[in-house]
Design a protein around this ligand. Structure first.
Ligand code: DI6
Ligand code: FE
Length: 404
């Protein structure tokens, strides 16, 4: 969708999500988009300024565009056989220890060329866009060697040509590759790759997997120091399978977000609250791994930690391409309200990426929004396996056909 000079969308039910709580509903509302792709005015249709072009929304629901702030969208191969193994009772950790899991995707990703990686990632990205995603984060982490990490990040950047704003995250510290036996030596290598990847414009943030089967807080701290030297923000896969104290470490580095958090401790919650770190909840992984330990939602809520929601799309623990299903799962499995869930996929997802100019339908914000065949925003969370998207308006320009 291209930018248009002063275009007015009117006659819709706006769920603005203005302020820190509430749907911010404006019945029979209107949005004025300026030629810079910003919301110039938001309010009741009856009070709307005149515009060169007018679109009638005919009562449709309008929400901010969806922000999927945690995905591993670029990879080779697939791991459906691990789904069968887990159904037989083999755990995710057992599969990883036996050389499957992340390492099997690393082998397939290293073997795949850039064009092949791009084609499969484009297919997945199109599925996310079809449900209203306008901002998409994509992590590396299936290369675990400089050249393949760079290839993944280049492919991620190229997804922007589909008409979505892409943010890239370097996740070199995802797993220990087979050619290393010494985890610290690998961490030193990861830190050494970062300046060049950053200089090539491939890195918006730095992430790591802090877990007993991945890296220790001390090793993660080395990666975070390397990020800090370059002025890059950090995020962390923290307390997914066990409490490693990762959230507190990330908070010390002013992390944008800590993600997963099923095993987050009360002190971790407090550290995140004090640092303003967003909690990214990933119900797809919780569901697919048949996890029973819930993230401490009540404690996060009580401490005022903003909660975001994402697909965590990856071939192992969360092979979903449905952000709308995540809305439903966040409510049914984690006990979020439908409003918290939608805030998680919009304004708080944006905050988890350090983006403060999107995620709400408020004048001055980026004019990324979705038009839905729904009578109230809670329907987006209540329904599942159903996509009511009518139109996605995104300021990221789509490349002409044939120029991916
Ligand atoms: N946690 C996850 O959920 C993904 N990475 C991570 O650290 C899973 C990655 C995978 O299983 O391929
Ligand atoms: Fe993840």
């Amino acid at each position: 969708m291209r930018r248009e000079a002063m275009k007015l969308w009117r006659g819709g039910l706006l769920a603005t999500l203005a302020g820190d709580s509430g749907w911010g509903l404006i019945p029979d509302g209107a949005l004025l988009v300026d030629d810079a792709g910003r919301l110039a005015w938001v309010g009741p249709s009856a009070e709307a300024p005149a515009a060169a072009e007018v679109v009638e929304l005919q009562g449709a629901l309008v929400t901010p565009g969806l922000v999927d702030c945690h995905t591993h969208l670029v990879y080779g191969g697939n791991r459906a056989h691990e789904f069968e193994q887990r159904l037989q009772g083999v755990s995710y950790a057992d599969i990883a220890r036996a050389g499957g899991g992340i390492k099997s995707t690393v082998a397939a990703t290293r073997a795949a060329g850039e064009a092949e990686l791009l084609a499969s990632a484009q297919r997945r990205a199109r599925a996310l866009l079809a449900e209203g995603v306008t901002t998409l984060e994509v992590k590396s982490g299936y290369g675990l060697e400089a050249a393949t990490e760079a290839r993944m990040l280049r492919v991620a950047r190229q997804l922007g040509a589909l008409g979505v704003d892409v943010r890239t995250t370097f996740l070199g510290a995802h797993a220990l590759p087979a050619e290393f036996t010494d985890a610290q030596a690998y961490i030193d290598a990861v830190c050494a790759w970062l300046p060049e990847l950053h200089a090539a414009g491939l890195v918006d943030a730095v992430d790591a997997f802090c877990e007993h089967l991945a890296f220790s807080p001390a090793q993660v701290a080395c990666v975070f120091e390397a990020a800090r030297r370059l002025g890059l923000p950090v995020k962390l896969h923290a307390e997914q399978l066990s409490d490693q104290g990762g959230a507190a470490l990330a908070a010390r580095y002013g992390a944008l977000s800590c993600d997963h958090l099923e095993y987050l401790s009360p002190s971790g919650v407090q550290a995140m609250a004090a640092a303003g770190t967003v909690a990214v909840l990933l119900p797809g992984a919780f569901y697919a791994l048949r996890e029973t330990k819930l993230p401490p939602i009540d404690a996060l809520r009580a401490a005022g930690v903003p909660m975001a929601l994402a697909t965590d799309h990856n071939p192992g623990s969360s092979p979903t391409l449905s952000p709308l299903l995540m809305l439903n799962m966040a409510c049914v499995l984690f006990g979020l309200t439908p409003e918290e869930a939608l805030r998680g996929l919009t304004v708080n997802g944006a905050r988890a990426l350090g983006l403060h100019e999107r995620g709400q339908l408020v004048a001055g914000q980026r004019a990324d929004f979705c038009i839905w065949a729904a009578g109230h925003p809670r329907e987006l969370a209540a329904c599942f396996g159903h996509n009511p998207l009518i139109e996605r308006v995104c300021q990221a320009e789509q490349a002409p056909q044939g120029e991916p």
